[in-house]
Design a binder for this molecule. Structure first.
Ligand SMILES: [Zn+2]
Length: 203
């Protein structure tokens, strides 16, 4: 694509690096920002820089947070005895959007995948075990809400083995979630039912 200005070309190239955005859409966005009030661009730029520099990961559950402890972990309205284990923040948001779960979360940061070189040490599994071990936290149930893929199953199995000696109930979401599908693409009704219909984990 030919651009009338190197500055537009640079902006288009950067915007088009975002997922799901092609060069045409990027050009439309760049031209839109040029036409809009200059303050608009400043606000957008500031929000992106703040996103990168100020967000942190919750020291309890590894959810994205504005403070050392996230809003869910610090809420007095959540059931602190139930912890739902998810692969990433996208899955956490998907489950939150079902409004069917009122416990806490633990974000693993991925699933075990020998093919992609992801081992248990690359994930937030030790901190999950430590949460369960800490009797003052009084965690009674761990819900494994991982994708119904081989990697998700391997990870569930690994965590279950690690938690075998602790007095905690381990459940897994009901497989209303299509086999082989990613949790984040599952519709909210199916996902909500899967949480409600969870059952004891067995291997
Ligand atoms: Zn948290």
């Amino acid at each position: 694509m030919e651009y009338p200005s190197k500055l537009i070309e640079d902006a288009v190239n950067e915007i088009a690096k975002l997922p799901g955005i092609g060069k045409k859409t990027a050009l439309r966005m760049a031209l839109h920002l040029l036409r809009a009030n200059e303050e608009r661009t400043q606000l957008l730029a500031d929000s992106l820089v703040n996103l990168r520099t100020k967000t942190q990961y919750c020291t309890h559950c590894h959810n994205i947070a504005d403070a050392p402890v996230c809003a869910i972990c610090s809420s007095s309205k959540r059931d602190k005895q139930t912890v739902c284990v998810v692969e990433n923040t996208t899955d956490l948001i998907a489950i939150e959007n079902t409004s069917q779960f009122n416990g806490l979360y633990h974000v693993l940061g991925g699933v075990i995948s020998p093919l992609e070189g992801v081992s248990p040490h690359d994930l937030n599994i030790d901190s999950l075990i430590n949460r369960v071990k800490d009797l003052s936290l009084d965690i009674k149930e761990i819900i494994l809400a991982l994708s119904a893929t081989m990697e998700g199953d391997t990870t569930s199995f690994f965590i279950t083995k690690k938690l075998r000696d602790y007095p905690v109930k381990i459940t897994t979401i009901a497989r209303g979630v299509p086999i082989g599908s990613e949790l984040e693409y599952t519709d909210e009704i199916t996902l909500g039912r899967s949480i409600l219909g969870r059952k004891a984990y067995e291997h």
